[in-house]
Design a protein around this ligand. Structure first.
Ligand SMILES: [Zn+2]
Length: 434
């Protein structure tokens, strides 16, 4: 039995009789941090049931039970934690958040805490911060100028429902965080509810809602909304109850940014909620921003070349002066392990709600019809974004072809590229015939 286990046994013994001293709780907190590092834990989850205080570690994305103490130990341990993070000891309602530095064996490590007050008492997450991760601002996401302007415009709303979408690991969280950072820079109070470990956002309260079992997601969301944030990002809001609460907040005074896998055109399926009529939920929607990721050309081994006609034809590019176009390709080097690519570039679509779309949502129009409406209205699509990134030499044409292949059916004509501005716009076949 090591020191920490011995200490746990002691606390288990004494806390039932409320006989544990403040010093013992302070020592418990200190050894808890030390022990979590020895277990390579990224997070420490503390959760209360009516009778127990459960301590879990998150190691490589999996939650592992570490210890169970009597629920009586919760007050003392939280008191010790709050003292370390300089938090209000008497707060019992509003969510709390703090950050501090811990002198570990390998050097200084910073750690942050989020405490939320749920049904059976506080639930807390202590997260070790990683410093190699950087959070992107809105202007660093790689949106095209017109898309960024639209996104910004939607974020300026003081209330409403905004969706960030993308399949799999398409960086929806990065989009949501950039939205929060933008709202934060406006002086608004913002909050992020996340599913699993996350990179730290300076000055923003982040809660990992995946952790403590027994606290339902609805409890987390209600606790978060009680704080009356001006803007909130929610990573996963899967059921009708949570959707209902979010729509209510979006109709009140909160900008609600929700992450969703499928694009904006599928939003109405997602907003299904018995308690709130479709007309009301549709009214709250501001729009959506979708993101896809395409491999970036390795900057260390880039070669610039003039594309062949066949290459342009394959991508359906038309250009008046093709000799003035230049593409990039990675030849492969040790830095990119011979692949010629490193990291990713985001391509986007931004859809803004309007009266026509609201009517279509109310009439249960199929997603294809909604998408067609967005295209007719001139929305810049993933295809055009991709071609602009290609012309800007951020991605290779092989990557563009691989990505655009599944979009060819939708593109009825060609993409016209202006070699000077690098702008790419689709031209319908009917336009070309005139
Ligand atoms: Zn390279």
């Amino acid at each position: 039995m090591n020191d920490f286990d011995g200490l746990l046994a002691q606390v288990r013994e004494t806390s039932i009789h409320r006989a544990t001293t403040t010093e013992t709780y302070a020592e418990l907190y200190r050894q808890l941090l030390c022990d979590s590092l020895q277990h390579n834990a990224s997070h420490i989850h503390l959760h209360c049931s009516p009778t127990e205080l459960v301590i879990r570690y998150r190691v490589l994305d999996k939650l592992r039970l570490r210890a169970i103490l009597p629920v009586e130990a919760s007050d003392g341990l939280y008191k010790a934690i709050k003292q370390q993070f300089h938090l209000d000891q008497f707060e019992r309602r509003r969510t709390q958040d703090g950050r501090t530095v811990y002198q570990a064996e390998g050097g200084k490590r910073s750690i942050r805490v989020s405490i939320i007050y749920a049904l059976h008492g506080p639930a807390g997450v202590l997260a070790w911060e990683k410093h190699d991760q950087k959070c992107l601002q809105l202007h660093e996401l790689g949106l095209l100028a017109d898309q960024e302007a639209l996104f910004n415009q939607m974020l300026r709303h003081r209330r409403g429902f905004l969706v960030v979408s993308g399949y799999g690991r398409a960086g929806r969280r990065t989009l949501g965080h950039a939205a929060l950072l933008a709202a934060k820079s406006d002086g608004r109070e913002v909050l992020s509810l996340e599913w699993g470990p996350s990179r730290p956002l300076p000055g923003i309260l982040q809660c990992d809602v995946s952790g403590p079992s027994g606290v339902s997601q609805l409890d987390w969301i209600l606790a978060a909304l009680r704080r009356r944030p001006d803007a909130v990002f929610i990573e996963y809001a899967g059921n009708q109850d949570t959707i209902g609460e979010l729509i209510a907040a979006a109709r009140g005074s909160c900008l609600v940014v929700v992450s969703m896998e499928r694009g904006f055109e599928h939003l109405i399926d997602y907003l299904r909620c018995k308690a709130i009529p479709r007309s009301v939920s549709t009214q709250a929607v501001l729009g959506g921003v979708g993101q896809r990721l395409i491999p970036r050309v390795c900057s260390n081994c880039t070669t610039i070349y003039t594309p062949k006609d066949s290459e342009l034809r394959q991508l359906r590019i038309r250009c008046e002066a093709p000799s003035r176009l230049s593409f990039a390709r990675g030849t492969g080097c040790s830095e990119c392990r011979g692949t010629g690519r490193s990291g990713f570039v985001g391509v986007h679509e931004v859809a803004v709600m309007n009266d026509d779309l609201r009517t279509m949502f109310l009439q249960k129009s199929p997603p294809e019809a909604i998408r067609q409406h967005l295209l007719d209205r001139g929305m810049t699509t993933y295809y055009e974004s991709t071609i602009q990134k290609l012309v800007a030499r951020e991605i290779a044409s092989t990557a563009a072809v691989a990505y655009c292949q599944h979009l060819w059916r939708e593109l009825k004509g060609w993409i016209t590229v202006d070699p000077d501005s690098g702008l790419a716009r689709r031209t319908d076949r009917s336009d070309l015939e005139h």
